[in-house]
Ligand binder design. Structure first.
Ligand code: MN
Length: 235
């Protein structure tokens, strides 16, 4: 058997022909008050926290097969930060200096499995860190779009608006997220940070089309496809 080759996941870069190589995918949990309230599982005073998805969970072509092992496959629409240089232990004032650009992404979630893990005090991977769980649109360099500290974000499903908020409603804003994460991990070029979702999350099924927009960035279009694997939920 030959030594296998493994593809480097990448995203398109707006205005360039070369690709943005993705190293790690970090995500913020609980970063909009209304979403904490709709989930009903956290103390509103708890600080946001970070988790990760595997890099090969990235979906760059908008095609997301319905996953195995769930009956409650939900979207969470989020602004995504793309890191362009190594950084650790940054203050919020220093934090924006390591940002290459921004994109829009979906933190797809097996909500039934996430809730079970939460109730039993188990890790979240089964609910969050599965194949095709990280769709992301093209990266916009800061030189094109500036820093995304304000502006609207909106997700529609089959043409109906389901999530609508503004970036100003983040509990931790972009510089604070980067500062906090840089104290927990050494940030490196190619890292993505999903910044948390506003309220309005719900389930999707094969055939659904999701369109997410953040003001000033190209929209993300995602189609939910039939399952690749038998949908055997853990019951
Ligand atoms: Mn999320």
């Amino acid at each position: 058997m030959p030594v296998p080759t493994v593809a480097q996941p990448t995203l398109s870069i707006v205005g360039r022909s070369d690709k943005f190589p993705v190293r790690r995918i970090y995500l913020v949990g609980r970063n909009y008050l209304e979403h904490i309230r709709e989930m009903g599982e956290a103390d509103e005073r708890d600080p946001p926290f970070f988790f990760q998805k595997p890099t090969d969970a990235l979906v760059a072509d908008g095609r997301v097969p319905y996953p195995a092992f769930t009956d409650d496959f939900q979207y969470e629409f989020e602004l995504v930060i793309a890191i362009g240089q190594a950084a650790s232990d940054l203050s919020p004032d220093e934090a924006l200096g390591c940002v290459y650009g921004y994109g829009v992404g979906l933190d797809m979630t097996r909500r039934d499995r996430q809730r079970e893990a939460f109730k039993r005090g188990l890790p979240w991977e089964i609910g969050k860190s599965f194949d095709h769980s990280s769709p992301c649109g093209p990266i916009h360099p800061v030189s094109l779009c500036g820093h995304k500290l304000t502006g609207s974000l909106e997700l529609s499903v089959n043409g109906v608006v389901r999530q609508r908020s503004v970036l100003e409603k983040m509990i931790w804003n972009v510089p604070e997220i980067i500062s906090q994460l840089s104290r927990q991990y050494r940030l490196m070029p190619g890292d993505l940070i999903y910044t948390g979702t506003p309220d309005g999350v719900s389930a999707v099924v094969p055939g659904d089309r999701l369109v997410g927009t953040v003001e000033g960035l190209e929209p993300l279009v995602v189609d939910i496809l039939p399952p690749l694997l038998p949908n055997a939920a853990a019951r």
